[in-house]
Design a protein around this ligand. Structure first.
Ligand SMILES: CC1=C(CCC(=O)O)c2cc3nc(cc4[nH]c(cc5[nH]c(cc1n2)c(C)c5CCC(=O)O)c(CCC(=O)O)c4C)C(CCC(=O)O)=C3C
Ligand SMILES: [Fe+2]
Length: 408
């Protein structure tokens, strides 16, 4: 498919601009038992999932008193990044808004406009390319502009997906280096011998979303930008973390936290299934590396620290879960650099051959499998900066056909 000619504002690399506010955008999470069902209603909005079914997927939130760790983590991230931007003399305030819980993106953008802001740069807590980690954010910015009558009044652009930015990769290199030493120490203490396996863990997504991830006009390993980005990162991290004499370490990419009906295929293998295979292959110790995640939210503290570490214990494997970037100085500096890149121009570092990723998403990138929904920061017909009224009635992104699970 050929890409239509685009003006500079819709080219893959956007010219620097005088953004007058930056918004840190995240998923959001419940802050008490009473929030849990309303939060899950927001996450699954438009799909008509009954509350009884939502109650079934709420057990991990219930277990932690209905409080997700994610909002506190984002408050810490917001404070650290605000301080870094202030230290660099960036005037634009750093705001914080979520897709699924207060403070909601729409309220934050409406308030930003009321406060006189006209050009906003969004940076999300999702590093990779997929519907859930990129386009769904862009749809929610678009929805906010449409619902609050801000189309054409408030401009929202986004920071490029930063999976291979040195600021994001650095903490993982450090985590794997330290983690290997810790697993070796555990093995020595307990007198166990065997190989070590590094499991790079990320969120599973439906196969159809994986295939639709990234731009339509490029080919990717395993037919998926999402998968290719994780594999490329894992290779860089292993390359840096492993010394030449460590011949007893292997690695693989595994998935976690799948949901939805079993009839819909999602990326596999699941981390727990992958673990079960390891003892027979002579593995005695594992590192669980939360490569797909920015902070220790529910996917990390429940699916890895609770479930996967329990699986390791049952299998008699020595195990260490390595840190997420969180508020690591390297990550904070990296995010500030990504913002500075859009304010002032300058270098666009990337540690894999896949990047640096696009400032403006290519046509059909990470398509919504159900229908074309208005977005921002893209170059499809349904982008509000391309067509300010939303998608033309006959416009559907290239990959929007084919009926995957409904979503709203
Ligand atoms: C790729 C990806 C990321 C990583 C990128 C990123 O970080 O954004 C991510 C992050 C997160 N996912 C989160 C929570 C949930 N994800 C769900 C459901 C889903 N996620 C999906 C994908 C992803 N999700 C998908 C394809 C679905 C099914 C369809 C749908 O429902 O859209 C559901 C619904 C219930 C269920 O099905 O279990 C919940 C509650 C939280 C908050 C955690 C906390 O509270 O600490 C976070 C950070
Ligand atoms: Fe999720």
């Amino acid at each position: 498919m050929t890409t239509p000619a685009l003006d500079a504002e819709h080219a893959p690399v956007q010219p620097p601009a005088a953004y007058d506010a930056v918004v840190l955008a995240s998923f959001g999470g419940p802050e008490g038992q009473d929030d849990v069902i309303p939060f899950l209603r927001n996450v699954t909005r438009g799909r008509g999932i009954p509350d009884e079914r939502l109650e079934e997927v709420s057990h991990h939130y219930r277990h932690f008193g209905g409080v997700s760790p994610i909002n506190a983590l984002n408050r810490d991230l917001h404070a650290a990044l605000s301080a870094e931007l202030a230290a660099r003399g960036v005037d634009a305030p750093l705001l914080w808004g979520n897709r699924n819980w207060a403070p909601f993106i729409g309220d934050v953008l409406e308030q930003a406009y009321a406060d006189g802001h006209r050009r906003v740069l969004a940076v999300s807590t999702s590093a990779y390319s997929s519907y859930s980690s990129c386009r769904q954010y862009r749809e929610d910015y678009g929805k906010a502009l449409l619902e609050r009558n801000l189309v054409g009044k408030l401009r929202v652009d986004k920071v490029r997906q930063y999976f291979d930015h040195p600021g994001f990769i650095g903490p993982f290199v450090e985590g794997v280096t330290d983690g290997l030493a810790r697993v070796r120490a555990q093995l020595a203490e307990t007198g166990r011998e065997g190989r070590i396996h590094v499991l790079f863990c990320t969120h599973s997504i439906p196969d159809a979303d994986a295939a639709a991830s990234g731009p339509r006009d490029r080919e990717f390993e395993q037919g998926s930008a999402y998968v290719a980005q994780h594999l490329a990162n894992a290779r860089v991290i292993m390359d840096r973390a492993l010394s030449a004499d460590e011949q007893d370490v292997d690695w693989s990419l595994v998935y976690q936290s799948r949901s939805g009906p079993p009839s819909v295929p999602w990326l596999e293998p699941d981390v727990n299934d992958a673990l079960a295979e390891l003892p027979d292959r002579g593995v005695a110790g594992v590192l669980l590396v939360p490569l797909g995640f920015v902070s220790d939210h529910m996917e990390v503290v429940w699916d890895l620290d609770t479930e996967a570490l329990e699986t390791c214990a049952e299998l008699g494997l020595a195990a260490v879960r390595t840190p997420t970037p969180g508020t690591h100085a390297s990550f904070i500096t990296g995010l500030a650099d990504l913002i500075a890149e859009r304010l002032e121009g300058g270098p666009r570092p990337a540690e894999t051959e896949l990047g640096p990723w696009y400032d403006v998403c290519r046509p059909g990138c990470c398509a919504n499998q159900r229908r074309a929904v208005p977005t921002v920061a893209g170059s499809d017909a349904c982008d509000l900066s391309v067509n300010p009224d939303g998608p033309p009635a006959d416009a559907a992104p290239a990959a929007a056909a084919g009926g995957a699970p409904s979503r709203g």
